[in-house]
Write a new protein. Structure first.
Length: 82
């Protein structure tokens, strides 16, 4: 059995740069402070995950089983046809 694992070390002291997977911290100029209230604000609708279908039962041409004018089972051999 193979179980993947990841270990993340956070340290204020310098870590061993020769360790496999070591990643240097980003430059201090790239760090920005964020107001906690700003993080709680909404970022818009949907989060960019496609169109979305909405909720509810709207009128329209939809696929699926249901009441309405469905097509028959098609042409085939009936009991009387021989």
């Amino acid at each position: 059995r193979n179980v993947p694992c990841i270990e993340i070390k956070l340290s204020k002291e310098a870590l061993d740069k020769s360790d496999k997977g070591y990643q240097e911290p980003i430059d201090e100029s790239l760090v920005t402070e964020v107001d906690p209230e700003e993080m709680m604000k909404s970022r818009g609708r949907g989060g960019g995950r496609g169109k979305g279908r909405g909720k509810g039962k709207g009128k329209g041409k939809g696929k699926g089983k249901g009441k309405g004018k469905d097509k028959g089972k098609g042409k085939g051999k009936g009991k009387d046809a021989g």
